[in-house]
Ligand binder design. Structure first.
Ligand SMILES: [Fe+2]
Ligand SMILES: [Fe+2]
Length: 286
C-alpha cells in the first residue's frame, strides 16, 4: 500500500565538516577557537525541534593529524548523543584517526593503517558511502582510478536505496582560485560513475568552509559551511588564501519517502526565540 505524506517517517542527517580541532583547544591560525565552535555546533544541533538521526563529518576533523588532536575531538563529540560517522580530509591522518577511533568499525571497512577510509553503511532508509580521495601530505585530492571498482561495488549493493556519496574535496571548481588550486584531480572519472547511479541523491563535501552547490553527474553536489571559520568569498582566480568569521553553520538533509531529499542550511548559534506570524485570532500581525 502506498504511504501518504503524513504516514511516512522522515530521516534527518546532520552534515558537519571541517572541524580543524587542535589539541588542548589551541587556536587555529592563532585566532579561531575551533573546539568552542564545535561545542556551539553541537548545542545548536541538540536545540533543533527535530533531533537528527545521524551526523556525518566530511573531513578536516583535526588540524594537523596528531593522535592528541583526535583524542581531544573524541572528548568533544561525546556530547553528541547520536551516531557520528567520520571521514578524513586533507588535514587528517588516516592512521591516527583509526587508532583513536578504533571502535568505529566502519573506518576499517576497506582497510586499516594509512589506507583510504572508504565505507558503505546503511543509515535508516538511506545509504551513506564515504569515498576517500585525500592524498597523504597533499592539500588537493585525487580520484584514484584503482579505487573506482570499490565505489562501483558499493553502489551496486542496494541501487534502490537513496544514497549520499561523501568526499572531502568537492568535485567541481568553485571560482575561489586558491581553493580550486587544491581541488580534486580526476573528477571526471568520478562523474562518469555518479552518472550511472541515479540513486545518488547528493554528493556531500567539505574543504571549502562555505555552502556551495553545483550539478554533477546528473545529481547535486554541495559543500557544507564550517562550524568555525569560512573561506573568504572572493571569486578572483588570483584570490589570496584568507578566511573570515562569517556566521558558521551545518547542513540538514531531510529525507522524506514522499518528498525526497531536501537540504536545509542551519546557522550555528543562539539566534533568540521564535515569534508567531499570526495573532491568536489567526490574523497576520501588522
Ligand atoms: Fe578545512
Ligand atoms: Fe580540506
Amino acid at each position: 500500500m502506498m504511504q501518504t505524506a503524513s504516514q511516512a517517517t522522515p530521516y534527518l542527517v546532520a552534515h558537519i565538516t571541517d572541524l580543524h580541532i587542535k589539541a588542548g583547544g589551541k587556536l587555529s591560525y592563532r585566532r579561531v577557537d575551533t573546539a568552542d565552535a564545535l561545542r556551539q555546533c553541537i548545542d545548536t544541533l541538540l536545540a533543533l525541534p527535530q533531533r537528527p538521526d545521524i551526523a556525518v563529518v566530511t573531513g578536516d576533523l583535526v588540524d594537523f593529524g596528531s593522535e592528541d588532536e583526535y583524542r581531544f575531538l573524541r572528548g568533544i563529540l561525546e556530547a553528541l548523543p547520536i551516531p557520528v560517522r567520520l571521514m578524513p580530509g586533507n588535514h587528517d591522518s588516516r592512521d591516527a584517526l583509526r587508532r583513536v577511533f578504533a571502535d568505529h568499525a566502519y573506518l576499517f571497512a576497506a582497510g586499516d593503517g594509512d589506507s583510504p577510509v572508504h565505507y558503505r553503511i546503511d543509515a535508516g532508509p538511506l545509504t551513506l558511502i564515504a569515498f576517500d580521495c585525500t592524498v597523504p601530505r597533499h592539500s588537493g585530492g585525487r580520484v584514484d582510478p584503482d579505487a573506482l571498482p570499490w565505489l562501483e561495488a558499493a553502489l551496486a549493493v542496494a541501487p534502490e536505496r537513496p544514497t549520499l556519496l561523501m568526499l572531502h574535496h568537492p568535485p567541481f571548481h568553485t571560482g575561489i582560485g586558491h581553493m580550486d588550486q587544491q581541488g580534486l584531480e580526476n573528477a571526471a572519472l568520478l562523474e562518469a560513475v555518479v552518472r550511472r547511479h541515479p540513486q545518488i541523491e547528493r554528493v556531500l563535501c567539505g574543504h571549502l568552509h562555505r555552502h556551495i552547490t553545483r550539478r554533477f553527474g546528473g545529481t547535486i553536489a554541495m559543500t557544507a559551511p564550517g562550524p568555525a571559520h569560512q573561506v573568504a568569498l572572493d571569486l578572483d582566480p588570483q584570490a589570496a588564501s584568507r578566511f573570515r568569521m562569517e556566521p558558521p553553520g551545518f547542513l540538514l538533509h531531510w529525507w522524506h519517502p514522499v518528498h525526497g531529499l531536501v537540504t536545509h542550511a542551519a546557522p550555528i548559534g543562539d539566534h533568540g526565540p521564535v515569534y508567531p506570524f499570526f495573532d491568536e485570532g489567526g490574523r497576520l500581525i501588522d
